[in-house]
Design a protein around this ligand. Structure first.
Ligand code: GLN
Length: 460
């Protein structure tokens, strides 16, 4: 990562990033830019360096921020009309920690509204284009951040991953992305989606940059009681002689043969780098998607109930009494996908159906976690694709919510189990579309995954 020092000026780094952002404006990575403030901050850093003052580990490094992180710089929209004009009163802990080390936010990136979606087509502001093929989707929900890194506008960008929102766009755009162990990075100040699986992570071009950014963000935060004591170290651990399990359940029917080929080739590279790779079947994983699309909408319905037209953002002009205030505001402010999840969520939580759906899904979730535990008694790391196919064309799945949900079949099980998972570039299809391989391990082993990915790349 290029850091500002006596030779490299922070102002030049920031200007260069802003220029690139303009050059690639057509891709629509950003919802809003933070130009004036970013340059001002860069100047301050340059002055401090000139005076010989100590600056942070990310001094002058421009970065892009998914527009669901709150900070007073600009407006946090979560890509929804509801928050279109919402000045954030607080700063997310992750953002604060980055900025304390000198990182400079140049713009807020596009996402599916409230991080619900797998293509960034659900954004109120319109979709983001894929970095490798602009006729295709960026992936989602953190599509804008992934494309900003893949196009080289910034060296890292923040995302949030509740069921694949960092990993899948990383895979679609050929870069690295991490969904850490649940609780690694504080969720304080990030627009809540599904609180039991929301995790904060990032995108970068390599494992070392991810490691540095995560090291800065990770650790206990009094404002988020689910945060873990910091287990992250500044150096990646040695990770040799690990046993890898290639998940056969995700390498067969319904998976694009080009994706299977790329992941198999990645498995071969792992062998070449000295790892043992064996096949493993975990039948329980196939139920992950069904569990997720009950538990997750239930949490969405609860979290989005706060948008009542009174406390945050939009207040419909059509309202004439309290009921219509709720109805009109929520009707105008949410995207159709948000509304669908609110309906599903309230249904599965309703007294008549709670036992049949929500409770059953939570029981199945426990079985899924157990299945992972058993698998990790046999192998150290699990390998599988990130998504069943490479980036798809715009509009291909917008009329078919179930087809869109199928995108998440390989990325939601890890989220339900709270385990770390990374997406690493694993080659390209014959049509030149990037494909990612997904590596996951038991909780707390995030850095082992990065270390393995780095080692495999070095030995390639
Ligand atoms: N695509 C998944 C969903 O729509 C995951 C989204 C996310 O991780 N934020 O729920």
């Amino acid at each position: 990562m290029k850091i500002a020092d006596q030779k490299t000026k922070a102002v030049d780094l920031v200007r260069e990033a802003l220029e690139k952002a303009k050059q690639y404006e057509d891709y629509h990575c950003f919802i809003s830019m933070n130009e004036a403030r970013a340059i001002e901050k860069a100047r301050e850093i340059d002055e401090r360096i000139a005076k010989g003052e100590k600056v942070g580990r990310l001094a002058g490094v421009p970065y892009a921020l998914k527009d669901n992180y709150l900070s007073p710089e600009g407006v946090t929209t979560a890509a929804a009309k509801m928050l279109d004009n919402f000045p954030a009163p607080i700063t997310a802990t992750a953002v604060k920690r980055l900025e304390d080390e000198g990182a400079i936010m140049i713009g807020r990136t596009n996402l599916d509204a409230y991080a619900q979606g797998s293509s960034t087509e659900n954004s109120f502001f319109g979709p983001t284009k894929n970095a490798a093929d602009p006729t295709r989707v960026a992936g989602g929900s953190s599509g804008g951040s992934a494309v900003a890194v893949a196009l080289g506008i910034v060296e890292f960008a923040l995302g949030s991953d509740t069921g694949g929102s960092i990993r899948q766009p990383a895979s679609f755009n050929g870069i690295y992305g991490i969904k850490p162990t649940y609780g690694t990075v504080s969720r304080y100040g990030v627009v809540a989606m599904a609180s039991s699986t929301d995790t904060m992570g990032c995108f970068a071009q390599n494992a070392d940059d991810i490691n540095l950014v995560m090291d800065v963000m990770a650790g206990k935060d009094d404002k988020d009681s689910t945060t873990l004591e910091k287990f992250w170290k500044d150096q990646l651990p040695a990770a040799k002689e690990k046993k890898i399990g290639l998940i056969t359940d995700f390498m067969g029917d319904g998976v694009d043969p080009e994706v299977v080929r790329c992941v198999n080739e990645y498995a071969e590279k792992m062998k070449k780098a000295g790892y043992t790779v064996e096949e493993i079947s975990i039948p329980m994983l196939k139920y992950g998607l069904a569990i997720y699309y009950i538990v997750q909408p239930a949490e969405v319905a609860s979290n989005l109930s706060r948008y009542d037209g009174v406390r945050y953002g939009l207040r419909s002009a059509k309202a004439h009494d309290l009921d219509s205030l709720y109805q009109e505001t929520r009707n105008e402010g949410f995207m159709p996908e948000n509304q669908r999840r609110i309906l599903i969520g309230n249904f599965v939580l309703s007294s008549g159906y709670f036992d049949a759906y929500y409770l059953k899904a939570q029981k199945a979730r426990t079985l899924l976690i157990r299945a992972y535990k058993e698998a990790f008694e046999k192998v150290d790391v699990l390998l599988c694709p990130v998504a069943p196919a490479p980036a798809f064309k715009f509009g291909e799945k917008t009329d078919d919510p179930l087809a869109m949900y199928m995108e998440d079949v390989m990325s939601v099980p890890q989220s339900l189990a709270g385990i770390p998972s990374i997406s690493v570039p694993a080659g390209k299809t014959k049509d030149n579309l990037p494909v990612g391989a997904q590596l996951c391990a038991w909780r707390g082993n995030d850095q082992m995954l990065l270390s393995i990915a780095k080692h495999v790349e070095e030995k390639d």
